[in-house]
Design a protein around this ligand. Structure first.
Ligand code: FES
Length: 101
């Protein structure tokens, strides 16, 4: 399966991933600038990404804890998520996410 990252400058990076991978790990392996400071403990929001509308609908809904962290994220949008909370599945093949400004 593949995942696409759109960098702040608009550069698109298409990377291979596997079901079960955490989106944050895939992004970091591709050198995307997501710090993931808290290692997925829902305590930092430095793994904030903006998911494309079609992909967003396929994701499991965010937990209340994730929503609370997203409220603190800079430039959060309706389709913002925390990459540490997204486990890839076959259904998410082609998922496209943007790195926020
Ligand atoms: S890595 Fe800290 S909330 Fe995702």
């Amino acid at each position: 399966m593949i995942v696409r990252f759109i960098a702040r400058d608009g550069t698109v990076s298409t990377v291979a991933a596997n079901p079960g991978d955490r989106l944050l790990d895939v992004a970091q392996a591709d050198d995307q600038p997501l710090e993931g400071t808290c290692e997925g403990q829902l305590a930092c929001a430095t793994c904030h990404v903006i998911v494309d509308a079609a992909g967003f609908l396929k994701l499991q809904p965010a937990s209340e804890e994730e929503e609370d962290m997203l409220d603190l994220a800079h430039s959060a949008t309706r389709t913002s998520r925390l990459a540490c909370q997204i486990r890839l599945t076959d259904a998410l093949d082609g998922l496209t996410v943007r790195i926020p400004a």
